[in-house]
Design a protein around this ligand. Structure first.
Ligand code: ARG
Length: 458
């Protein structure tokens, strides 16, 4: 076993089990490109400031670039006993260029290095997730555009409530995912400050140019306090929180799609490409994709909880507990990256069973509110109208008929002010079309146009 990079004050080798236990290379190797990017910026700055010879800085940068290519090509094997990605890369560097490589870690600690690497890594991942969300928004708007005239029941308590159109339902999710996009953008902008130069915890005595490395790495500025720079994982928590909310929305929509795929609802049918069969029941077509997304939501919540609990009791500055941040935030990122595209494709390819949606809206007295509103518009106070229509519904239930099917002569028995125009007023199309409050389904067409204009700019 080779000497540790920090082995100077030790006389015994690390226990094998402790090496395995302590090592994070299994899961932090995915940050190699960020680590190298950060080291290149650091070395460039050290050279510019004359902290190390310029030629040494140049050789370090050149070799780091070569190492990156070799890792990309799968030519590098990482070592468990080199602990983490930071020391693995530093070790490869010194193996290749000896003494010069040993100058790279001047004025730097793994504490600011790891804080930097995670930010760089998550910035890229967050940007990818934003692109996926944008695609989802586009598909939602495309579907909504096709379904402004598709009437369906709206529910409360999963009981039929009032008729809406499918576009309106889709645009509700559009609003949620649009907020998610905003939340991600916010989280990424707060994350975009460089901790590099915070050192172990208290900065350094070298004349580092922190603003220079920050700008080389595309940050909006530097973390203003060195203790905070190395101790903060808010950015990971904030990202995990945004990701949890995305999953909550995906899960909620998935739950609806699962219900709607059932024989009882039959509002949608997933494409063969996005459903699975049963090994025993030949008739089955299961909405596994939606179920798995619903299931995976718990993982991401778990990841957020891991991060929150990990951070709540540790004193400033770095503590090894913080190494546990990576598996949690990586899992959250991986899960969302897995779910978003497959969900988007699933809704893009599903069949919407318009007739069943409309049939669903016509049962269950979803026009009862409109029937009461009819009486109100003829002068009756709403509470009285509510009571009259309540009795009418109770009667209709005994007749197994819809309100629309009760003859006018019978309707008049409930209220004299009911006329022939009652039927038109409670027709489902009227119920939806006339709901023209700002934000209501009667304005779905203009809402779709507004959403189209928004997604076109994304
Ligand atoms: N692998 C460590 C982590 O992920 C890097 C920082 C180690 N710093 C230290 N002082 N041991 O947190």
């Amino acid at each position: 076993m080779e000497e540790k990079l920090w082995g100077g004050r030790f006389s015994a080798k690390t226990d094998k089990k402790v090496d395995d236990f302590n090592s994070s290379i299994r899961f932090d190797q995915r940050m190699y490109a960020s680590d190298i990017e950060g080291s290149i910026a650091h070395a460039t700055m050290l050279g510019k400031q004359g902290i190390i010879p310029k030629e040494d800085a140049e050789l370090i940068v050149k070799t780091l670039k070569e190492i990156k290519v070799d890792i990309d090509d799968g030519k590098v094997e990482f070592l468990i006993d080199a602990e983490d990605i930071h020391m693995n890369i530093e070790k490869i560097l010194t193996d290749r260029i000896g003494q010069v490589g040993k100058r790279l870690h001047t004025g730097r600690s793994r504490n600011d290095q790891v804080a930097l690497d995670i930010r760089l890594y998550l910035r890229d991942e967050g940007t990818e997730i934003k692109a996926m969300l944008k695609n989802l928004l586009k598909v939602l708007v495309k579907l909504a555009d096709e379904h402004t005239e598709t009437i369906m029941p709206g529910y409360t308590h999963l009981q039929k409530a009032q008729p809406i159109n499918f576009a309106h339902h889709l645009l509700a999710y559009y609003e949620m995912f649009k907020r998610d996009l905003g939340r991600l953008t916010d989280a990424l902008s707060r994350m975009n400050f460089s901790p590099l130069g915070s050192g172990a915890l208290a900065g350094t005595t070298y004349d580092l140019d922190r603003e220079f490395t920050a700008s080389l790495l595309g940050f909006d500025g530097v973390c203003e306090n060195s203790l905070d720079g190395v101790s903060d994982r808010d950015f990971a928590i904030e990202l995990a929180s945004s990701l949890s909310i995305i999953m909550m929305h995906l899960s909620r929509f998935s739950e609806e799609l699962i219900l709607w795929s059932s024989h009882e609802f039959s509002f949608v049918e997933m494409a063969d490409t996005h459903s699975t069969g049963s090994s025993i029941m030949p008739q089955k077509k299961n909405p596994d994709v939606a179920e798995l997304i619903r299931g995976k939501t718990g993982r991401v919540y778990g990841d957020l909880t891991t991060l929150l609990v990990m951070m709540k009791g540790i004193p400033l500055a770095y503590n090894k507990d913080m190494q546990e941040d990576k598996e949690a935030i990586f899992d959250a990122v991986d899960t969302v990256k897995l779910c978003l595209p497959v969900f988007t494709d699933m809704i893009d390819t599903m069949t919407v069973k318009k007739e069943n949606m409309e049939k669903g809206a016509s049962g269950g007295y979803t026009n009862a509110t409109d029937a009461a509103d009819y009486l109100v518009k003829k002068g009756m106070p709403f509470r009285d109208a509510h009571a009259v229509i309540g009795k009418m519904v109770a009667y209709a239930i005994t007749q197994s008929s819809a309100l629309d099917d009760i003859p006018l002569s019978v309707l008049k028995g409930f209220s004299e002010i009911i006329e022939e125009d009652f039927y038109e007023a409670i027709a489902l199309t009227t119920c939806v079309k006339e709901r023209k409050t700002l934000g209501a389904p009667g304005l779905a067409r203009s809402a779709v146009e507004k959403a189209k204009a928004f997604v076109e700019k994304l």
